[in-house]
Design a protein. Structure first.
Length: 194
């Protein structure tokens, strides 16, 4: 089964909470037929299912902490295999959150062809998340948890970007711009993959 995704085009979408990863992924899906897998969305779906695993996950996520590595990776892999026949590529959104997660992903699934680094200022991310929190219903879109998520992002995820920069696959995207202008930069990076 895992053979099906062996040669798949894999794009890591990395950036702080509220940087605009989900927004850009949605546009990539519409234009390029990629499959969008947000690790956060997969986890929230598990929570919503009410399963025992979901309950444990909820407690961790509410504190703004990282969920155990194997759990996230298994969920991503299953979702990739499920879409293998219809997918032109995969957007792995919000993963890897730390270098070790990237290494495990490559061992179990494959190497990314590109890392889109969706970059916005801390104050911009906070503003966007507070606004999103008005309607998102996400337990972690509140001021206290946002601050923790940002701190963790800077500590754990920035080394991920440095790690893949050595391989020359990082494209830094200025996400301070309006959505469509951000997407114009994203398109260039994706087009280079063909
Ligand atoms: N370039 C941009 N300009 C203004 N607002 C943006 C933006 N990109 C995203 N947003 C808004 C949409 C959401 O309400 C919020 C967070 O975006 P998101 O795509 O959900 O971020 P992420 O998935 O990185 O957490 O910010
Ligand atoms: Mg998101």
């Amino acid at each position: 089964m895992a053979d099906k995704i062996k040669n798949a085009k894999i794009v890591f979408v990395v950036g702080g909470p509220g940087s605009g990863k989900g927004t850009q992924c949605e546009k990539i899906v519409a234009k390029y037929g990629y499959t969008h897998l947000s690790s956060g969305d997969l986890l929230r779906a598990e929570v919503a299912s009410g399963s025992e695993r979901g309950k444990q996950l909820q407690a961790i996520m509410q504190k703004g902490e990282l969920v155990p590595l194997d759990t996230v990776l298994d969920m991503i892999k299953d979702a990739m295999i499920a879409k293998a026949d219809v997918s032109k590529g995969y957007l792995i959104d919000g993963y890897p959150r730390e270098v070790k997660q990237g290494e495990e992903f490559e061992k179990k699934i494959g190497a990314p062809a590109l890392l889109l680094y969706i970059d916005a200022k801390g104050e911009t991310m906070v503003k966007r998340l507070m606004k999103r929190g008005e309607t998102s219903g996400r337990a972690d879109d509140n001021e206290e948890t946002i601050k923790k998520r940002l701190d963790l992002y800077y500590k754990a995820t920035e080394p991920v970007i440095a790690f893949y920069e050595q391989r020359g696959i990082v494209r830094k995207i200025n996400s301070e711009l309006p959505v469509d202008e951000v997407f114009a930069i994203v398109e260039k990076a994706i087009d280079e993959l063909k």
